[in-house]
Design a protein around this ligand. Structure first.
Ligand SMILES: Cc1cc2nc3c(=O)[nH]c(=O)nc-3n(C[C@H](O)[C@H](O)[C@H](O)COP(=O)(O)OP(=O)(O)OC[C@H]3O[C@@H](n4cnc5c(N)ncnc54)[C@H](O)[C@@H]3O)c2cc1C
Length: 439
């Protein structure tokens, strides 16, 4: 294996898959200051428009946010900031509801941190800088030969590379090559995604106490629904037992609760998409010249809300390793170990969270109640909760003051016969609603 990244000959990198992991890695390796060091090709089996379709809002965890900001240029960081602001999420907490749709607990973390972003927006930002993505081209197999790797496409074409990055998702061709027996396991659940209207969101907020600025999770008996506010209404991910004949029959099997009634009244079942859930048993980070990142390495069910953030973290740390060393044979095993250490616990955690949220068995429901109560107690004694509340109270007080100021300005303007201009509208717009207070 030629371990040295030569200054003269660029390292040939083939990235398989143009999701967040693949495009994140491609973005990092094609930064202008690295010109000439890497010759990067991205092969994606879907068309550009299929890849960029709206999809779903993803949760960016603090580590995902750190990872993407280390990758992006300042101009693209600004684009990402605007994309995050375009969704109404304004903190990183969650509201939980029990099987009667009663809000039982909610957290308040990182006020004013927009933790959600449309997946399509992130992909667009990454894609705009990565030139020449080869869409509509499918990889069928890869081989690690002694001195180079070989990538075979469905067209019969062969591409030679020094490094292959397998970022081709759950059913990765690269993972299959490396570990033919170690497949992703199907889970007995299906998640259906829907976009619902602003009137649905309004009903969920006023009728059920859903938080219009954060993530809401309704935990039923054998089902769960995650509700996130979007710029044009709401996104709902409804998880029901599999096998599911079709989305309509999945709805028919759910209890007649206010939330379900509101979804039924609003949903266009023809537009919903169903995702059978799968999970890796453990992380596989690759071997030799073949590297796995993102879902290909550690695909998990979405109940941790961490898959995309982990994919971005993988991309950022792989870029750091590839750009920071000349000795890849020494650096890559370290990358593989770090990835495994980071991702294995998340795979386990996502399974536990899925089990708790779905509450299918009596034991699951008891465990869920205990978990909520424990977290509640822990949160109460933690100083962070008090600090958050103090900060929020201060901001709310500021907002009240701003309102008074606005009213005074309007009155003055009125008396002077000029049209009033609110100097505080932005502050008021950014103020979290009262319902974010702990009750
Ligand atoms: C309903 C749902 C909700 C989710 N919500 C969240 C969330 O809130 N937060 C979060 O962090 N994560 C969430 N996730 C998970 C998250 O979307 C994934 O973890 C993340 O997209 C993984 O990115 P990736 O680039 O590794 O894989 P992918 O996004 O799956 O990209 C893989 C790409 O490889 C391409 N490809 C596959 N095979 C080949 C081949 N043979 N040749 C060429 N190209 C190929 C595919 O077409 C695809 O574009 C959710 C997932 C689902 C399904």
């Amino acid at each position: 294996m030629n371990n040295k990244t030569s200054e003269v000959k660029p390292v040939r990198v083939v990235i398989i898959g143009g999701g967040v992991a693949g495009l994140g890695a491609a973005y990092g390796l094609t930064r202008p200051e690295l010109e000439g060091r890497f010759d990067v090709r991205v092969i994606e089996k879907r068309t550009a428009s299929q890849c960029l379709e709206a999809g779903y809002p993803i949760h960016l965890s603090p580590s995902g946010r750190d990872a993407i900001s280390t990758l992006l240029s300042p101009a693209d960081q600004e684009r990402l900031h605007l994309a995050r602001q375009s969704l109404p999420a304004r903190h990183d907490g969650i509201s939980f509801f029990n099987s009667d749709c009663k809000r039982i607990w909610h957290t308040l973390r990182e006020p004013f941190e927009s933790s959600l972003v449309e997946r399509g927006d992130i992909l667009r930002i990454l894609r705009d800088r990565v030139k020449g993505i080869e869409y509509d081209r499918k990889v069928v197999s890869v081989k690690d030969l002694q001195d180079e790797a070989v990538v075979m496409l469905s067209t019969g074409e062969i591409i030679r590379a020094d490094i292959v990055i397998g970022s081709d998702g759950m059913f990765s061709a690269v993972r299959k090559t490396l570990h033919p027996k170690d497949d992703f396991r199907p889970m007995p659940w299906v998640t259906c995604n829907f976009r619902l209207s602003p009137s649905f969101l309004k009903a969920a907020v006023s009728g059920l106490g859903a938080d219009p600025r954060g993530i809401n999770v309704f935990c039923g008996t054998g089902w769960s629904a995650a509700l996130m506010p979007t710029h044009d209404g709401a996104y709902v991910a409804l998880t029901v037992p599999s096998p599911m004949k079709d989305i309509r029959s999945a709805f028919a099997s759910l209890p007649d609760l206010p939330l379900i009634q509101a979804i039924r009244a609003d949903v266009n079942t023809n537009q919903g998409r169903a995702f059978p859930l799968y999970s890796a048993k453990y992380t596989q980070a690759g071997r030799g010249r073949l590297i796995l990142i993102g879902d290909a390495a550690h695909g998990m069910n979405p109940f941790c809300g961490a898959g995309a953030s982990m994919a971005l973290s993988d991309a950022a740390s792989l870029v750091k390793v590839l750009t920071g060393t000349e000795d890849l044979a020494e650096a890559l095993p370290r990358f593989h170990n770090d990835l495994k250490k980071r991702a294995d616990p998340m795979i386990k955690m996502s399974k536990v969270l899925l089990w708790l949220a779905q509450g299918k068995t009596p034991m699951g429901r008891v465990a869920r109640g205990t978990a909520f109560r424990t977290i509640e107690v822990v949160e109460k004694v933690l100083p962070t909760r008090k600090r958050m509340q103090k900060r929020l109270d201060a901001v709310l007080a500021d907002a009240e003051e701003a309102k008074r100021l606005d009213a005074a300005l309007a009155e003055e303007a009125n008396q002077a016969g000029i049209s009033p201009v609110s100097s505080t509208s932005t502050l008021l717009e950014d103020t979290p609603p009262k319902m974010l207070r702990h009750d």
